[in-house]
Write a protein that binds this ligand. Structure first.
Ligand code: PHE
Length: 355
């Protein structure tokens, strides 16, 4: 048998036992590598005479082409086998039920701050902020609060030093002072924020939230104050007609001062806001005292206006039927899950009653 036939036979035997790409690669080098059996045959050609060489070359090339094409075909077979296997392994089972998505809830206080801010921004108020740690001057003195006022007492206020110079702000009103000292009138701001008092029971926590309002301009009257608060209350509770009254009161930083009550009744054990013959106090307000304007370098002969302050937590409790204030700050996940708001679906968020 000629060399070429031997090579062909040995190829056939080895080729039939090739199991994978690696085997095939080895077989290829065995025949076509530098010292592979086919390559050696090509080298051998130079020793033949021209006639022999012609025939030999023809035969050798035919065999070479045959082997190469068989190797290539096998290679492709292995590749498609591999791809099919991969497709099979990586198949996604779309019939599996999805895992439920866990996401956080918006705290009722944050929700209500957002709602109130959008209601006031509709009528031109911008949002201002101030620090929780305040000077006694901004918190009391500049707000026209006398030295012997009970609010200045240690029982009511958390002082941070013995000299009573710094404290945790007892209301958001010091931001009135900061705003007026740092700018020029007119002013039209709301101030949401944390406030602190030595107090704790079912409806009082030592830390709570307030929202201050301040509107100073040349011709602002108590009528504007009433209109503004009436608009706010209607929008906030999403009730077109709501019973509301101004009750004379006293704050050192406003004159005249008033407290605002809204009407309510209890029906089937639940509170109904806006009607009925009971009254609920929801905020304090008044016309900014001329002394406060003087203390902040605003000329009370040219400018005047109103201020108000409300408890955010109480408003949240009222609107969303939550009856213990302390739970607001206990960071109990179950509570938050129940009373919190889904960030992707906030059905009660402010939409605007008047539009
Ligand atoms: N600062 C007052 C309080 O905490 C509320 C208030 C603000 C009253 C502005 C009048 C004007 O009770």
């Amino acid at each position: 048998m000629s060399d070429l036939n031997n090579i062909l036979n040995s190829f056939k035997i080895k080729f039939s036992s090739v199991k994978d790409k690696d085997d095939l690669q080895n077989l290829k080098s065995e025949f076509f590598g530098k010292n592979g059996s086919i390559s050696l045959q090509f080298k051998k050609m130079s020793s033949l005479n021209p006639e022999e060489r012609k025939n030999f070359a023809k035969e050798l090339n035919t065999i070479k082409d045959k082997l190469v094409s068989e190797i290539e075909k096998k290679f492709k077979d292995f590749e498609s086998l591999e791809i099919n296997q991969k497709l099979k392994d990586e198949k996604i089972d779309i019939t599996l039920p999805i895992r439920s998505i866990q996401h956080g809830k918006i705290h009722p206080v944050s929700q209500v701050i957002d709602e109130i801010s959008s209601i006031f921004s509709e009528v031109g108020f911008s949002v201002a902020e101030g620090p929780d740690v305040e000077s006694e001057y901004n918190n009391f003195t500049a707000l026209n609060t006398p030295e012997d006022h009970p609010a200045r007492d240690m029982h009511d206020t958390f002082y941070l030093d013995k000299d009573k110079k710094t404290l945790l702000r007892t209301h958001t009103s010091p931001v009135q002072i900061r705003t007026m000292l740092n700018g020029k009138p007119p002013f039209k701001i709301i101030v949401p924020g944390r406030t602190y008092r030595c107090d704790s029971d079912q409806t009082h926590a030592p830390m709570f939230h307030q929202l201050e309002g301040l509107h100073i301009d040349k011709n602002i009257t108590m009528g504007h104050l009433k209109g503004c608060l009436n608009y706010f209350i209607r929008e906030f509770f999403e009730i077109k007609k709501i019973k509301m009254r101004f009750r004379p009161s006293h704050f050192p930083f406003t004159e005249p001062s008033a407290e605002v009550d809204i009407g309510y009744k209890i029906e089937n054990g639940k509170i109904v806001i806006g009607e009925g013959d009971k009254w609920l106090e929801i905020l304090g307000c008044g016309m900014v005292h001329p002394n406060v304007l003087k203390n902040t370098k605003v000329d009370p002969k040219k400018f005047q206006g109103f201020a108000f302050g409300m408890g955010i937590d109480r408003l949240a409790m009222l609107k969303y039927g939550i009856n213990d204030l302390r739970a607001f700050f206990e960071t109990d996940y179950r509570w938050l899950n129940h009373f919190g708001f889904d960030p992707l679906d906030v059905p009660t968020n402010y939409r605007g009653l008047s539009r």
